[in-house]
Structures are given as structure tokens and as C-alpha cells.
Design a protein around this ligand. Structure first.
Ligand code: KG4
Ligand code: ZN
Length: 358
């Protein structure tokens, strides 16, 4: 059968021989598009944040997120192409976040990406948002070891993975309750810091003493699992006993102590995992990896223990599409494709990649 006799989906299924990839990410409250060149270089990385849309509600409102994605997606994708100085015809493949995330938000990106791939008759692949965050560890340093531990710390996930040389990923542990980013956001809300809380709490904590007010650490030594709900309750109880002026005087120390309880556990368990897995490299990715205190602790400990450390630059920590395009490039090479019927996968458990292997 020659090329002219193939149907659209057959052409899109042909072997991937490389080329420019457009990544699309709309799983939560960032509408993002990025272009990776044939060799994997990031040619553009556009992110439109909806923080202004959700701030007055104190959290992401799913319906508003979907609507904002619909309004922005075409413009952001076009901007990514402009910035990369390419035309649509230059694209060889499309990568899109398939899940986990908000159903309505994911559907916007999926449908846009499918329509684009269909119109251009090029392959499309769906990737897990976590796979994307993991891929961000190699964006700036492709030579970072493949055999490593990766800690994904975001608003929805706190997952420790053991990555193997062949690209396999084994889930070592995750959180029993809240994700680390959730703990930051809820703590920040209790301290009256607005939304999103993580960056605000990080900022305020820089003016505080992390040792003046001590919060409990969920540190069962034998387990790599995380738990942050007790910490949140502890902050709530402390605040209940304070009047406005006491709170004003202690706010920065509260922020610093609360942050320390989160990041010290993240760092401790990540390095324990490195030791247990017998590897010498650690990557920490996802929105919370933007935290200045966590970055400091990780760098200090990595240097002391002789561990190679990869923490992405801030623009690749929080949600972006460069990481989706990077994960998508690998998936396309591995022969993965998104079927025309594919739907959003809301839960992390429904993702075919990154399953528990031990
Ligand atoms: O990866 P991400 O952008 O989205 C999800 O996949 O969830 O992560 C967002 C999370 C939010 O909880 C946000 O508060 C947190 O990352 N975050 C931070 C910082 N920057 C973002 N947490 C602590 N310190 C920061 N500097
Ligand atoms: Zn994310």
C-alpha cells in the first residue's frame, strides 16, 4: 500500500522517524504549549496561568478552568509556533497530557491536539502529566543518569519513583493523604496568604525562623510513604489559640516552621530512597520543587552525600508543556500513539504508564 492509499489514522500510525514536536498541557489551571526541535532543544515554552481567574475562590474551580482553556488554547499554541519561528507544516508530531487532572480541562487540550494532528496528518501521543514532570529532570541536562530516584512533588502528587536505565519506572511510595503542594496551599490559606499558596508561603518563610515554632514531621523511619494531614491540623490548632496581633507577630515564623516540616521530610525520604535503591542520582520535579528552602536542603545534602542532583529551573518545575513534549518525543519513539477514541484519564491509577512495578 503506498502513502496515497493509506487512511488518515494509518498515516498517523507510521513509524516515528523524529522531527519537531508540539506539546500541549491543560490538566489543571495552566494552558501551555511548547515546541521541541528535532534534536530535543526547547524552541518555545508558552504558559498562560489562570491564577487570576481562581484567586478569589481560594482554589481551582474546574468549570472556570475548562472555560479559560477553551479561550486560550489556540492562541497559546499559535504563540508557541511563532516563538519557535516555525509553521504548522513543520510539525512532525503532537504530544498531549492525557491525565491525570481535571476532566473538563484535560478534554480541551486532548480535543485540540487530536484535531491538530488530524488536520496535519501527523502522529499524536498521550502522556501522563507525571511522566511529563519526570521528563523535566532531563530537559536542561540530557546527560543526567537514567538510573535514579525521582521525587514528583506537585499540587496533586507526592510520588517517589525508582527509574531504571531502560526507562522503566517503579513507584516506591506516595502520600497517604494530602500532596505536598496541597499542604503548602492549605497552610498558606490558613495563614491568610491567598492562592496559590506555595510561592507566597515560600516568600514569607524567608523572613521567619524555621526553628522557633516546631511542627510535627511524619517521619516513620522504616517507611518511604508521606503524610501531611497531621501537620495541617497542627497548624490549625496553633492558629486557634492566637489573636490577630499574635498572628501578625508570628506569621513569618509559623510559615518557616510549617514549610520546614514539609521540606525536611521530602528531602530526608528522597535521600533514603536513593540509598535503598543503590543509585547515585536524584531528581526532584513538580511545582513544589520550585520551593527555595527545599532546593537549598537538597543541594546541601546532595553535595555532602556525593549524589548527582537534578532540579529543573523554575519555569519547568510548575506546569508547562515543554515537559509534555519531551515525554511525548520518547513515547513516539517507543511507538506509543493516542487513538482517535482516547478520552481524558482523570485518575493517576488509570494511566497505562508509570504503574507500580515494585
Ligand atoms: O506541578 P504544579 O504546577 O501543578 C500540579 O501538577 O499540581 O504544582 C503546583 C503546586 C501548588 O500546590 C503550588 O502551591 C506549589 O506547586 N508550588 C510551591 C512553590 N511554587 C509552586 N510550593 C512551595 N514553594 C514554591 N515556591
Ligand atoms: Zn503538575
Amino acid at each position: 500500500m503506498n502513502h496515497a492509499e493509506m487512511s488518515g489514522s494509518q498515516i498517523r500510525d507510521v513509524r516515528w522517524t523524529g522531527g519537531v514536536v508540539l506539546g500541549i498541557e491543560t490538566s489543571c489551571d495552566e494552558t501551555a504549549a511548547a515546541v521541541l526541535g528535532r534534536g530535543g532543544a526547547i524552541l518555545s515554552n508558552m504558559v498562560s496561568s489562570q491564577h487570576g481567574v481562581h484567586a478569589r475562590f481560594g482554589g481551582v474551580v474546574p468549570e472556570l478552568a475548562s472555560r479559560a482553556h477553551v479561550q486560550k488554547i489556540e492562541q497559546i499554541a499559535a504563540l508557541a509556533m511563532d516563538e519557535a519561528k516555525l509553521t504548522w507544516q513543520d510539525l512532525a508530531g503532537v504530544a498531549v497530557t492525557e491525565g491525570p487532572g481535571l476532566a473538563g480541562a484535560l478534554i480541551v487540550g486532548l480535543n485540540y491536539a487530536k484535531a491538530l494532528a488530524f488536520a496535519l496528518n501527523i502522529p499524536i501521543v498521550g502522556v501522563s502529566h507525571l511522566e511529563g514532570h519526570i521528563a523535566s529532570a532531563w530537559l536542561e541536562d540530557p546527560s543526567f543518569p537514567r538510573s535514579c530516584v525521582v521525587l514528583v512533588v506537585s499540587g496533586g502528587h507526592t510520588h517517589l519513583y525508582h527509574m531504571t536505565q531502560d526507562g522503566g519506572a517503579g513507584l516506591l511510595a506516595c502520600t497517604r493523604d494530602d500532596a505536598a503542594g496541597e499542604a503548602f496551599d492549605k497552610g498558606a490559606q490558613m495563614l491568610g496568604l491567598g492562592f496559590p499558596g506555595g510561592p507566597a508561603l515560600d516568600h514569607l518563610a524567608q523572613a521567619g525562623d524555621p526553628n522557633r515554632i516546631r511542627f510535627p514531621r511524619s517521619m516513620r523511619k522504616s517507611s518511604l510513604e508521606f503524610s501531611f494531614s497531621g501537620l495541617k491540623t497542627s497548624l490549625l490548632y496553633r492558629l486557634q489559640g492566637m489573636d490577630e496581633s499574635q498572628l501578625a507577630a508570628a506569621r513569618a515564623d509559623l510559615a518557616a516552621g510549617y514549610q520546614e516540616a514539609i521540606v525536611s521530610v521530602l528531602a530526608e525520604k528522597a535521600f533514603t530512597a536513593v540509598r535503598r535503591c543503590g543509585v547515585t542520582a536524584l531528581a526532584v520535579v513538580g511545582g513544589v520543587s520550585a520551593n527555595s528552602r527545599l532546593r537549598f536542603l537538597l543541594k546541601e545534602r546532595a553535595q555532602r552525600d556525593g549524589v548527582s542532583l537534578s532540579i529543573p529551573p523554575l519555569r519547568y518545575c510548575t506546569d508547562n508543556a515543554a515537559m509534555i513534549a519531551a515525554a511525548g518525543r520518547q513515547a513516539l519513539s517507543a511507538g506509543r500513539r493516542l487513538s482517535d477514541e482516547a478520552e481524558a484519564r482523570v485518575a493517576v491509577e488509570s494511566m497505562p504508564s508509570l504503574q507500580v512495578i515494585g
